[in-house]
Design a protein around this ligand. Structure first.
Ligand code: ADP
Ligand code: ASP
Ligand code: MG
Length: 411
C-alpha cells in the first residue's frame, strides 16, 4: 500500500458541499489504491473569528488558552470530513492532534513539531481504515496541553505527516491552481509556475506569500517530500498545479522568480538611545521575550553618543512592542526619548535564485520604484532576495511595477 497526504485549506472545506467535493477527490485516490491521510483546515474565516474572540476577551492573552480556542475549528472539519467519507462507504476516522499524537514543543501559538509516532495510525490502517482525517494546525505539548503551529500551520501538519509516513506525495489543495509569480489577487498578470525551487518558495513564503506556510517548505526541503500545490475546484489532472522541487529540476533561470508582499507591517523607531556595547541586546532581548517578531533592523549613524534604532514588526504586535520597551525603560535597562510607530507600511520583496548569478537586480528594483514615485523607507537583502519597506498605500502598485519590470508574465 502506498500512502498519500492530501491537505484541504479553509476555502476548500468552507461548506458541507465543498467538504463533499473534497471527499470525492479523496475517494478517487482510495480507488487508485492509496491509503490516504487527509489534513483539514478550519472552515474559511473560522480561525479569524476565534482569534478575534480571544483578543476581545483578553488582549494580552495566556497563549495556552489561545491555543485551546483557536485549535477548535479544525476539530469540526475533521469530524465532518470523516462522516462524509463514511457516507460514501469509505472507512474513515478523524484524528485530533493529541490522538495521533502529534508531539510539539511548548511554544504556544507557534509550536514546532518534534515527533509524529506512526504506531497508533498504522494499527488502524492495518485494521482496514482507508482514510485518516487529521485536524491540521494542532498538536500536544510535553505538558499535555493543546498547541497550535502558527497561522497557516495546516500546511506544516501535512508535510510533517508526509515525512513521517513516507508518503509518495503531499498534495496541498487550495483556492488557487498553484504557486504564481505573485499573488494573483494583486496582479492579473501573475503567471502560474509549473515548478518552483524549495529555496525560492521558502523565501516567498517567509516574505508573505501565504500560499504555503514557511515551516512546511522547510520540512519538505529537509525530508525530501514531493510537494504539490493545486486547486480543489478545478477538474483533476495528473500535471495540475505547481511542484515544489530541487533547484536542479528547474529549467527556468531568471534573476527573479517572484514578488511577495506583507501588508500589515509596522516601522518602529526608538529615538535617541545610547550608542554603546550591549544596546541592541538590551532592546531586542525584551522584544523577543514579549513575543515580538522583529524583522528588519537599522541602526542610524550616531551623534554625540546617541543614535536612533529602527525595526519592523507585524502591525498587530505594536502594542506588545511598546509595552516591552516602556517596561525596559522603567526598569532602567534602556534609555530613549521617544518610540515612534509608523503603522502604515508594507513590505515588498523580489526573490530568485538567479540573483546569485545576475548582477544589478537591486538597481533595477529601485529604479522601478523610483519611476512610480514610491519612497523606500528601509531596505534589506540576502543572497536571493531584496525587501523594501514602503507606504502601505503603494503596495499593490509596487508589486505590479516590479512584476512588470522583471517581466515575470513571460515564461
Ligand atoms: P488555504 O486556506 O487553502 O490554506 P491560503 O489563503 O492560506 O489558502 O493560501 C492561498 C492564497 O495565497 C491564495 O488565495 C492567494 O491569494 C495567496 N497567495 C499569495 N501569494 C501567492 C502566490 N505567489 N501564488 C499563489 N497564491 C498566492
Ligand atoms: N486554520 C488555521 C489558520 O487559518 C490553519 C490553516 O488553515 O492552515 O491559520
Ligand atoms: Mg493556508
Amino acid at each position: 500500500m502506498t500512502r498519500l497526504v492530501m491537505k484541504f485549506g479553509g476555502t476548500s472545506v468552507a461548506t458541507l458541499d465543498r467538504i463533499k467535493r473534497a471527499a470525492k477527490r479523496v475517494g478517487r485516490e482510495v480507488a487508485n489504491g492509496h491509503e490516504v491521510i487527509v489534513i483539514v483546515s478550519a472552515m474559511a474565516g473560522k480561525t479569524n473569528e476565534l482569534v478575534g474572540w480571544v483578543n476581545e476577551t483578553s488582549p494580552f492573552y495566556d497563549a495556552r488558552e489561545y491555543d485551546a480556542v483557536v485549535s477548535s475549528g479544525e476539530n469540526v472539519t475533521a469530524g465532518l470530513m470523516a462522516l462524509t467519507l463514511q457516507e460514501m462507504d469509505i472507512p474513515a476516522r478523524s484524528w485530533q492532534g493529541w490522538q495521533v499524537p502529534l508531539k510539539t514543543n511548548g511554544a504556544h501559538g507557534a509550536a514546532r513539531i518534534e515527533e509524529i509516532p506512526t504506531r497508533n495510525m498504522d494499527v488502524k490502517f492495518a485494521e482496514g481504515m482507508k482514510v485518516a482525517v487529521v485536524a491540521g494546525f494542532q498538536g500536544v505539548s510535553p505538558e499535555g496541553r493543546i498547541t497550535t503551529l502558527g497561522r497557516g500551520g495546516s500546511d506544516t501538519t501535512a508535510v510533517a505527516f508526509a515525512a513521517a509516513f513516507d508518503a509518495v506525495r503531499c498534495d496541498i489543495y487550495t483556492d488557487v491552481d498553484g504557486v504564481y509569480t505573485t499573488d494573483p489577487r494583486i496582479s492579473s498578470k501573475a503567471r502560474k509556475l509549473d515548478r518552483i525551487a524549495f529555496e525560492e518558495m521558502l523565501e516567498l513564503a517567509s516574505l508573505g506569500a501565504k500560499v504555503l506556510q514557511t515551516r512546511s517548505v522547510e520540512l519538505a526541503m529537509r525530508y525530501k517530500v514531493k510537494l504539490r500545490v493545486l486547486s480543489s475546484f478545478d477538474e483533476y489532472d495528473e500535471d495540475a498545479g505547481t511542484l515544489v522541487c530541487d533547484e536542479e529540476e528547474i529549467m527556468e533561470s531568471k534573476a527573479v522568480a517572484g514578488v511577495a508582499y506583507s501588508r500589515d507591517e509596522a516601522k518602529m523607531t526608538l529615538i535617541s538611545v545610547a550608542d554603546k556595547p550591549g544596546i541592541a541586546a538590551a532592546i531586542f532581548g525584551p522584544l523577543a521575550a514579549a513575543g515580538v517578531n522583529v524583522d528588519m533592523i537599522v541602526q542610524n549613524i550616531s551623534e554625540e553618543g546617541r543614535t536612533d534604532m529602527t525595526f519592523s514588526c507585524p502591525v498587530d504586535q505594536v502594542k506588545r512592542a511598546e509595552k516591552a520597551m516602556s517596561e525596559a525603560k522603567a526598569a532602567g535597562k534602556i534609555d530613549y526619548s521617544e518610540l515612534v510607530a509608523d503603522t502604515d507600511v508594507a513590505k515588498v520583496s523580489v526573490v530568485g535564485i538567479g540573483m546569485r548569478s545576475h548582477a544589478g537586480v537591486a538597481a533595477r528594483m529601485f529604479e522601478s520604484l523610483r519611476d512610480e514615485n514610491i519612497n523606500i523607507k528601509v531596505i534589506t537583502t540576502s543572497e536571493i532576495k531584496i525587501s523594501v519597506l514602503i507606504d502601505r498605500k503603494y503596495m499593490e502598485l509596487a508589486v505590479q511595477a516590479l512584476h512588470d519590470c522583471f517581466e515575470l508574465e513571460k515564461a
